[in-house]
Design a protein around this ligand. Structure first.
Ligand SMILES: [Cu+2]
Ligand SMILES: [Zn+2]
Length: 242
């Protein structure tokens, strides 16, 4: 399998099994962790099942390889085992990790991590190769970073047809209006942003960030100029793809 993994999607499923016949304090616990790695040549899933027997963790690892479709089908059938079982307390944590790539003749790179837990999505990004100062970061509407200037991602993601603005503003804002962050004198910046107005792959298209793009700008978002805050060149780009 090619080492160049362009995307790692990790789906963590924690299942707590409370058997009907067992008193509550003796409830059996089982944890299923699924890690899917997608490469140019196919996919590989690693399923780790941890069971606690008499207070000791017993781990079992299963590896599935094949086309992405085959692997995802197997994973779905394995995790569906517990569905319909009322005694299973299901807690799902989704993770999506990818890199930001330089645009507009810059050296601006970065790493982005999206996590979703209990109805809340958190974005964590570390960005380097920036000029010192304030930079805008947004979600744009299309996961297409093919053009050298990043404009193939189109405008800001705005599924609710609002004006551009500061996140949470009563005058309206785009679902992609994350805002600004600071880069230090070494050109490094960090962004942490949490909201229940996004989701990772749900059916609500006013919330689903998959298929969109992250864009970092050379300039500052003034939070008022239409349609996109006059934030200047698009210097780093990544598609939000599962
Ligand atoms: Cu933007
Ligand atoms: Zn906007």
């Amino acid at each position: 399998m090619k080492k160049n993994t362009y995307l790692i999607a990790v789906l963590l499923l924690s299942l707590t099994l409370a058997c009907q016949n067992t008193p509550k304090n003796e409830a059996q616990e089982k944890k299923v962790e699924v890690k899917v790695e997608k490469t140019d040549e196919g996919s590989k899933a690693e399923i780790t099942t941890t069971k606690w027997v008499d207070g000791e963790a017993v781990e079992e690892v299963q590896v599935i390889e094949g086309t992405h479709k085959e692997v995802m089908k197997k994973v779905a059938s394995l995790t569906a085992e517990s569905e319909g079982n009322e005694n299973v307390i299901r807690k799902t944590k989704k993770k999506l990790q990818f890199n930001l790539n330089p645009k507009s003749d810059t050296q601006t790179t970065g790493k982005v991590l999206f996590t979703e837990e209990e109805g809340k999505v958190t974005l964590q990004a570390t960005i380097s190769g920036l000029t010192e100062g304030t930079h805008a970061i947004h979600i744009h509407e299309k996961a297409d970073c093919s053009s050298p200037d990043g404009k193939s991602t189109r405008g800001h993601w705005n599924p609710t047809f609002q004006p551009h603005g500061a996140w949470g503003s009563s005058e309206g804002y785009h679902k992609g209006d994350i805002g600004n962050f600071e880069a230090d004198n070494e050109g490094n910046g960090e962004v942490t942003f949490s909201t229940d107005q996004w989701c990772l792959g749900c059916d609500d298209e006013t919330k689903n960030v998959l298929g969109k793009a992250i864009i970092v700008h050379q300039g500052t978002d003034d939070l008022t100029s239409q349609p996109s805050g006059a934030a200047g060149a698009r210097i780093s780009c990544a598609g939000i793809i599962q």
